[in-house]
Every structure is written in C-alpha cells, then in structure tokens.
Design a protein around this ligand. Structure first.
Ligand code: FAD
Ligand code: SIN
Length: 533
C-alpha cells in the first residue's frame, strides 16, 4: 500500500494546476498525480481556440462575459459560479503566464485576442491553434520542478475507496461517506495498488469516446465520473453533451476527429452548403458565430434534409498569410488530406466534444463525498449550465484548481490516513480469453449513443438506447467479475455507465433546452429543473 497526503487523478490543466498550487505552499506534503497514459496526453493538450478571459478592459467587461456565459447556458447556469469564474479568471491566466505559458501577442506587444461563437467581444487568449499543447507543456515542466509532486504515468485508477470497501453498506443517501484514496492498476506490472490518501481530487476529463465521432482523445472515457457515481457521489446535468459544429470530415475515419477551431469562424470563415450557399441566416442572426448548440443543430438539420455527409467552411476569402500564422496546424492537416483551404471549402461535420454535466461540485469544488473534490471537465460546477460557452473550460479548471487548493491547505492537517483498507480482491478472476468481447461491445456502445442519443433525441430513441445499454451493462458486469482487470475492460465499463447516465438524464428532461433537443418536447418548460443523479 502506498500512502500519500494528496491523490490527484489526472494530469491535464485541472490536476496539474492544483498540484502546483499545493506544492508552491507546502513542501512537506506528498502529492501523487496519476495519468492513465503519459503526462503529455489529455484533452487539455488538444485545446485549439484558447482561454476566454476579460483582458482588454477598454472594450470588454466582466458583465459582458457573464452575460455571454449565461446566454449560452440557456437558463441552467449558477449565476454566482459564473461571476466567480469570470472575475477570478484573469488572475489565474496571469499565473499560468508567470509559470511559462506563452500566448500570441500583436505587434504592439498586447495579447492577440480572438473571437469565438457566443462571445460579444474579442477575449480569447491563444497560442496559434495549439493553445492546449502550450498549456500542457508549461504545466508539466513547472510540476516537474517540485520534489514533492510525483507523477505516475500509466497508472489507471479503477475505483475510489470509501467506507464501502471497509465493509459498510453505502448508498447515495448514506451520511458522511468519505473517500480514502483509490485502487489503481499499474499498467507495467499489471497489479492493483492501493493508494491511501488523506484527500483525493478527481481531474479525469470528459467522455467524448462514448460516441463514434468525437474530437476527444482516446483517454476521454469518463472514468472519474463513473468512479464517483459508483462511490455514491452526486452527478448532474449529464444530458448536456456538446457537439462541436466543425470537426474535419475525413471519409477514411479517424479517432479522434480532427477539430477545425471555432476561432476559424471568429477569423471570418463562413459555413456553407456543399454547393456554396450560406444557410445560418435561417437559424440565428449571429450566423456562423451563434452559440455551439444552435450551430451544431443547424448543421445536423441541413445534412439530414439535404442528405449530405458533410457541410463546408469557406476560408477562401481570408488573408492566407495571416491564416497560416494563426492556424498552422489546421492548415497543415487540411493540406495533408489534399484540401487547400484557399482553393476549396473545408468539409466539416459535428462531433461530440464536451460533457457539460458530471460530478456535482460546490463553489469550492467539493463533491458530495467527504475528502473528495473534482475539478475540470469531469465536473458540473454550475458554470456551463445547458451549454458551455466556447473557451470557458480551461478557465473553469484554473479557477476551481485554485479554490480547491485553498480549501485542501486549510483542512489537510485535520485528516489522517484510514487504517484497515483491504487490498484489491482479484480472487476467482482469469485472463480474458477473447478481447473481441470488449472491442465489439465498445463499438456497439458508440453506435447506440450516436444513433439514439446524439444531437436530436426522442422518447423512442432514448428508450431503445436504454434497452440496448442495459444488455451491454449486464454482459460487461459479468465479464468484469470473472476477468483479470485490463484498462480496456475498465474503460468499457465506465463508458457504459456514462452512456446510461446521459441517456437516463435525457429521458428525464421533458423539454428542449441548450444542448438537449428532443422532438417529443421541442419547447422549453417555463420552470428550470436540474437532473441530479
Ligand atoms: P484532461 O485534460 O482531459 O485530463 C485528464 C487527465 O486524467 C489525463 O491526464 C488522463 O490520463 C487522466 N485520467 C483519466 N482517466 C484516468 C484514470 N482512470 N486513471 C488515471 N488517470 C486518468 N476548452 C477551452 O476552454 N478552450 C479551447 O480552445 C478548447 N479546445 C478544445 C479542443 C479539443 C480538440 C478538445 C478535445 C477540447 C477542447 N476544449 C477547449 C476543452 C478542454 O480542452 C477540456 O475541457 C479541458 O482541457 C479538460 O481538462 P481536464 O484537466 O479536466 O482534463
Ligand atoms: C475550438 O477551438 O473551437 C474549441 C474551443 C472550445 O471547445 O472551447
């Protein structure tokens, strides 16, 4: 058994920012950070557009950023949380700049602020179209300078430890459930370690991989959310899955789908049909820069009514030199597929991009389980409501990492390690005989979610998804109880849980709001309801 003061599950922007903040203040605390692949791979690494923050106070105000966030969130944001994130955001951005993160500047040495859908001002700080790569690089380098931060690559968290493992019956209404660390699969030795922690922070990112088409890397399987659910923590808003309107259409198929940043539309690119006609005027007066839920639904509708496999993003009228300077990765990717953005339109399709729901946290990032915090995309903090405003998630992770660190520093000395945690019980399990059982179920899950729980939903589709998912769940639980653990099996089990929670929450919402659109209830209810699981 390994003992650590603080266990951080995940090394994206949320986990690393938190770890650095603790290490800065307390050299005596041991901080264990886990990644299930390596420390450079995360959703964070792929962020393109940038970080939204009120920066140029001559033109922008907190009130405008707050109003844009609330407008995108379609009635379900927690206004106090929105104010906290918008107002504390710029200080947190300055911190990561001081830690070595670079953002592009203009000739006058001011930060070059970009525009994205749903924003009323230019406020997106970015590093070319590689903002996430740059943030991940700077945070990993900074974290590695602290002796008391130990990053363990290829350590897969399987389950959180609560009183349940100590023999108590724990339900979602049991009071004082607390977390004492996690069982973790060491992918090199294939053994399950017990990590006994005084405090645990789940920073495991999103779950885009439950869909066939997603911009999320293969690590995005919702592990942390599923673990908290099994530990009887509260989740909310799981029905709100954000589809990015413009993933690059690649008939050869790729996982993940390559993103064509919304910043490209902020730069002047226009959405068109394959025959070159603009269509967004039919859906929203903000045209190609309307919030994501509106644009993704419009594209989905146009594709279905026209019977087209993709729509297009027209960049041909833009300044080529400036475009290549700002979007070198997107330009190179298009050219590598034989698409010259200055000679033809870029083919695009919507793809699953961001989970707005997740572990329900309070204003300090605490979950409903004691000694357990959550930060970043795995949470439902109240910021995004029914639809996240572009480039608000990196900001959210930084603001909550700071708040959680402050709370942990205030409380950690009152905690001790839990005695008597049993080791993982792997008795009566054997090595899997056929991996095909796992890979096939994985494909089925993606098909079910894409066909029945996508951009447009209905009662019939959701019921069908639930039936199919129940079968997959039973088969996978059977496999789980008899087979030696592998990351593939754990991920499948977690993804089925997430798929089921998204579907159940969607079925409970008898209205259309934000990212949830159902043909059975196309209107909004006149009261606001939050789906808590
Ligand atoms: P992640 O960065 O995803 O990190 C998750 C970490 O958890 C990883 O280290 C992973 O190894 C670890 N992990 C997961 N499961 C386990 C497990 N079982 N055991 C151990 N470790 C585990 N947002 C913006 O604000 N602006 C943007 O411009 C932007 N662009 C985006 C572009 C793309 C293509 C994508 C996919 C997302 C984009 N987003 C953007 C969203 C944003 O990048 C993410 O929401 C954010 O980076 C999530 O950070 P995180 O720290 O919560 O999780
Ligand atoms: C993008 O660059 O379009 C992604 C921005 C985001 O998801 O916030």
């Amino acid at each position: 058994m390994k003992k650590t003061d603080i266990l951080v599950i995940g090394a994206g922007i949320a986990g690393l920012t938190f770890a650095i903040k603790i290490a800065e203040k307390r050299k005596d605390l041991t901080i264990t950070v886990l990644t299930k692949t390596n420390r450079s791979e995360s959703n964070t690494r792929y962020a393109q557009g940038g970080v939204a923050a009120v920066w140029n106070k001559d033109i922008d105000t907190y009130e405008k950023h707050i109003a844009d966030t609330l407008d995108a969130g379609d009635g379900l944001c927690d206004k106090e949380v929105v104010e906290i994130v918008v107002k504390e955001g710029p200080i947190r951005v300055k911190e990561i700049i001081n830690w070595g993160t670079r953002f592009d500047k203009t000739k006058d040495d001011d930060y070059d602020l970009g525009m994205e859908g749903g924003h009323s001002e230019y406020r997106i700080l970015h590093y070319k179209d590689l903002t996430g790569w740059e943030i991940q690089r700077a945070l990993v380098e900074k974290a590695q300078t602290y002796k008391n931060i130990e990053i363990f690559d290829h350590f897969f968290a399987v389950d959180l430890i609560t009183q349940h493992q100590l023999g108590r019956v724990v339900t979602r209404v049991t009071p004082n459930v607390a977390c004492y660390g996690a069982y973790v699969l060491d992918l090199e030795t294939r053994t399950i370690e017990t990590i006994n922690a005084k405090t645990t922070i789940v920073c495991t990112g999103g779950a885009g991989q439950i869909y066939r088409n997603t911009t999320n890397p293969v690590i995005a399987t919702g592990d942390g959310i599923a673990m908290v659910y099994r530990a009887k923590g509260r989740l909310e808003n799981m029905e709100f899955v954000q589809f990015h309107p413009t993933a690059l259409y690649n008939p050869a198929g790729e996982n993940p789908d390559f993103l064509v940043s919304e910043a490209v539309r902020g730069f002047g690119a226009i959405l068109k049909t394959q025959d070159g006609k603009e269509f967004m005027q039919k859906y929203d007066e903000r045209l190609s820069l309307a919030p994501r839920d509106i644009v993704a639904r419009a594209i989905d509708n146009e594709m279905k009514t026209r019977g087209d496999d993709y729509l297009c993003l027209d960049c041909q009228h833009l300044d080529k030199e400036a475009f290549i300077k700002h979007f070198p990765t997107i330009y190179d990717k298009c050219m590598s597929l034989g698409i010259d953005p200055f000679k033809q339109m870029i083919p695009v399709v919507p793809a699953a991009h961001y989970l707005c729901g997740g572990v329900k946290t309070d204003q300090i990032g605490r979950s409903s389980v004691q000694r357990l915090y959550a930060c970043g995309e795995c949470t439902s903090s109240g910021l995004h409501g029914a639809n996240r405003l572009a480039s608000n998630s990196l900001l959210e992770a930084m603001v909550f990492a700071h708040r959680i660190a402050k709370d942990v520093l205030e409380n950690i000395d009152d905690y001790d390690w839990m005695e008597g945690i049993p080791g993982w019980n792997a008795k009566s399990t054997t090595d899997p005989k056929e991996m095909v059982l796992i890979t096939q179920s994985n494909k089925e899950l993606k098909e079910i979610m894409s066909s029945y729980v996508g951009i447009v939903r209905s009662n019939v589709r959701l019921n069908r998804a639930k039936d199919r998912l129940t079968l997959l769940y039973r088969e996978t639980e059977q496999l789980y109880s008899t087979t030696t653990l592998s990351p593939q099996l754990c991920e499948l089990r977690n993804m089925i849980t997430i798929g089921y929670l998204v579907t159940s929450s969607a079925a409970m919402r008898r209205e259309s709001r934000g990212l949830h659109y159902t043909t059975d209830y196309p209107e909004q209810m006149d009261y606001i309801e939050t789906m808590i699981l």
